[in-house]
Design a protein around this ligand. Structure first.
Ligand SMILES: Cc1cc2nc3c(=O)[nH]c(=O)nc-3n(C[C@H](O)[C@H](O)[C@H](O)COP(=O)(O)OP(=O)(O)OC[C@H]3O[C@@H](n4cnc5c(N)ncnc54)[C@H](O)[C@@H]3O)c2cc1C
Length: 387
């Protein structure tokens, strides 16, 4: 029986992309989102060509491109000396090599363009203010007073939808804490680059910075590893937590340190990643995006994977039953996600290297031309999702 209707839990990047992707195949969806309104949650996102290609197919890239930034390069720079370590070309190079652009925007901007497209699509219905905590499709059907062919859990790292899936993955604290804030371009230190993505590297920390064109700010994510934390780490950071974070940047460039010290309104995010587990129950419930496989942001691919998941799942559902689709979906997606998690772990090792390993890293990277570093990204950015 072809799939006609799906329930989607969560209107984040995964859930909204899933609704649009399903509509492309004539499948109706009902999205249940706990928030009363989709407002500015999160911070900046780099949107790599593997994801922007899908956004283009879904007809939303044209709405994003006028407002996002297309950097010329992603630069790796020493956090102490500011010496360039390496760079990966983006801009027109990305379009030529990977056949799709590389951009950066606020998460809220991406969510808004997806939301606008969903709102204009007759096959998609969004129900706000619906916190869903269920263990079966039937339970959701009772809440919604309608039947669905399947439920897609796209409710993020603290997913409740996982309760529908036996042996589902569970979140594990990664030992990394992200410190996220934005700073007005006018108030930012001059060393911040207004045209590119810069990753400043330290010995147990790194800091990624890029301009957000929409509101003339810089998006800053500073990540410190080797921390202990819990889910309820104070999001605004008490003094002890701020001091703990600042110690991770000892010896850094003084302008960067001053910028960090002056951030009183910052949010701290203990970073969780998903342990291995099943993504579906074999019949009528499946997990996508962070709910299935939240990963460390060291490869900047979590949202891209959510977009790929949503698009490929919908393509498979167009011609298969949910049960057949789920087997195929996990078989196709799991190796790619596992490889990306390995890449993120390698990047963490390389970004936070210290002592002789750091010297070796800098030497090896400095000998590699940007084109060769770009070739390393082919399997990530050149991936063509089947939808
Ligand atoms: C510091 C940092 C930097 C990052 N940078 C990048 C980057 O540059 N590029 C990139 O691709 N990725 C990046 N990521 C990863 C990316 O943000 C996530 O992977 C992505 O947002 C996951 O999307 P999602 O839709 O799966 O989950 P979410 O964005 O968490 O969305 C889940 C939605 O479900 C809703 N919800 C939750 N529970 C319920 C419930 N019980 N009932 C109803 N609704 C519910 C939530 O309100 C939310 O709207 C970064 C992550 C971090 C932490």
């Amino acid at each position: 029986m072809p799939v006609k209707t799906a329930a989607i839990i969560g209107a984040g990047i995964a859930g909204l992309t899933a609704a649009l992707s399903l509509a492309r195949h004539g499948i109706r969806s009902e999205i249940f989102e706990q928030a009363e309104a989709l407002t500015e949650v999160g911070a900046g996102l780099q949107i790599s060509p593997n994801a922007s290609r899908i956004l283009d197919t879904l007809g939303v890239l044209d709405r994003l491109r006028p407002v996002w930034l297309e950097p010329e390069e992603v630069r790796l720079v020493s956090g102490s000396s500011l010496k360039p370590v390496a760079s990966v070309p983006c801009g027109s190079f990305a379009k030529a090599r990977w056949d799709a652009p590389y951009g950066a925007a606020h998460r809220a901007t991406l969510q808004k363009v997806l939301l606008d497209a969903v709102s204009g699509q007759a096959l998609c219905t969004l129900r706000l203010g619906q916190h869903i905590d269920i263990t079966s499709k039937k339970a959701l059907e009772e809440i919604a007073a309608q039947e669905f062919d399947l439920v897609i859990g796209a409710d993020g790292v603290w997913s409740k939808a996982r309760a529908m899936v036996p042996d589902a993955p569970s979140p594990l604290f990664s030992g990394n804490i992200a410190w996220r804030f934005s700073i007005d371009e006018a108030a930012a230190p001059a060393i911040l680059d207004k045209a590119n993505v810069t990753a400043f590297l330290g010995s147990s920390s790194h800091l990624v910075c890029y301009p957000i064109r929409e509101n003339k700010t810089f998006n800053i994510v500073a990540i410190v590893s080797g921390s202990s934390a819990s889910r309820d780490w104070d999001a605004t950071g008490n003094k002890a937590q701020r001091d703990q974070m600042l110690r991770g940047f000892a010896g850094w460039n003084s302008d960067i340190l001053r910028m960090l010290e002056s951030q009183e309104q910052a949010s701290f995010w203990p970073l969780y990643e998903m342990k291995a587990g099943r993504w579906h129950n074999g019949s009528d419930a499946v997990l996508i995006g962070d709910a299935a496989h939240a990963m460390m942001p060291f490869a900047a691919q979590g949202a891209a994977m959510a977009i790929e998941d949503a698009f490929e799942l919908a393509g498979m559902l167009a011609t298969r039953s949910p049960a057949e689709t789920f087997e195929l979906f996990e078989k196709r997606r799991a190796p790619r996600i596992a490889r990306l998690k390995q890449r993120a772990a390698f990047n963490q090792f390389a970004y936070h290297a210290r002592g002789p390993i750091r010297l070796a890293r800098d030497l090896v990277l400095s000998l590699r031309p940007p084109q060769s570093l770009a070739a390393d990204m082919d399997w990530i950015y050149g991936y063509r999702a089947i939808g």
